[in-house]
Design a protein around this ligand. Structure first.
Ligand SMILES: O=C(O)CCC(=O)C(=O)O
Length: 309
């Protein structure tokens, strides 16, 4: 769903979140999908916070293929859904979408299915796309990475997603019975307007699948998430793949959940791990009451980025 037609957000209720810092992402897509499916079921059946089942499970960026611009065209799948086209699971050709839809239904959880390389049905362009499923297995939202990861830090890391990918053109969210949740993917976190717009449009929680690296990860992964959380007084979370030093891309890991006071309330190391967090609206409300920036903004001095969508 895009923000242009958004209505009032759902009442924010406590819920349990699980991030899967997925490992064993190799060249065989079928193996990647099987492993993801098994660990989603494990997360759903797991102890969670205080022994409770998670309400929402999150996978990392590019969970079904190795990460790199050369791999995207090879692994890309047609979802048959764009913001302008209705999704029909019976006509869906994507093995990844079919797996995610069925496992969300089997586990009875909301599932934010990381991201996959997606080939558009109409123009053949390739996107880095997040798909989200309800506990009934319905595909309720997609988000195509808006800001492509094109960086060049000499001697450290050069990456150019735009070699094979196209950037998305819409800002997206989904509503559950417990919160409105804003979407983005990895490099999108460096553009504060996106999370700011999500927060202004009623998202109490914003979650981005990501895969930072060994150069920018130690510097910016936590900093950016805490910044987005405290700027907007929202819960902010990113879910990474586990680090695999035999792969071409070495992910930083450290999947984390940050509360609206910028406290890191859950964090993984760099290996495969399931991280659970209790999302508590009391922290959201007390942050906004105690430091009332949400009502002190000076839109007479600077514009509101969320206006005019
Ligand atoms: O912004 C960064 O430093 C890393 C971004 C990234 O890895 C990505 O967009 O996939």
């Amino acid at each position: 769903m895009t923000f242009s037609s958004s209505s009032a957000p759902p009442t924010f209720k406590p819920f349990n979140l699980a991030l899967i810092q997925l490992g064993q992402i190799g060249p065989n897509k079928a193996d990647n999908l099987k492993h993801a499916r098994d660990i989603i079921l494990k997360a759903a059946a797991g102890q969670g916070v205080a022994g409770t089942k998670p309400d929402l499970i999150v996978l990392p960026e590019c969970f079904n293929s190795p990460y790199g611009h050369v791999h995207f065209p090879v692994y890309a799948e047609t979802i048959g859904y764009t913001p302008d086209h209705q999704f029909d699971v019976t006509k869906c050709e994507s093995e990844s979408v079919k797996m995610l839809s069925s496992v969300a239904q089997e586990a009875g959880v909301w599932l934010l299915g990381g991201s996959i390389p997606e080939r558009d049905i109409t123009d053949d362009k390739i996107y880095n796309t997040c798909t989200v499923y309800s506990p009934k297995g319905d595909l309720v939202a997609t988000h195509r990475k808006i800001h492509l990861f094109d960086i060049d830090i000499p001697g450290k890391i050069t990456f150019k997603e735009s070699e094979t990918l196209t950037g998305g053109t819409t800002m997206n969210y989904f509503d559950t019975e417990f919160a409105r949740i804003g979407l983005g993917i990895c490099y999108d976190v460096r553009f504060p307007e996106l999370a700011m717009t999500a927060a202004r449009k009623g998202c109490q929680v914003v979650i981005y699948p990501g895969a930072f690296n060994m150069t920018t990860g130690p510097l910016h992964w936590e900093l950016l998430q805490r910044a987005r959380a405290v700027d907007n007084q929202i819960y902010f979370s990113m879910c990474s793949p586990a680090r695999d030093t035999t792969a071409g891309y070495h992910a930083w890991g450290h999947s984390m959940v940050v509360d609206p006071m910028a406290v890191v309330i859950a964090e993984a190391g760099h290996e495969e791990e399931i991280v659970y967090a209790r999302i508590d609206p009391a922290t959201f409300h007390s942050a906004r009451a105690g430091i009332p920036v949400t009502t002190q903004r000076r839109f007479d001095v600077y514009p509101d980025v969320s206006k005019g969508l």
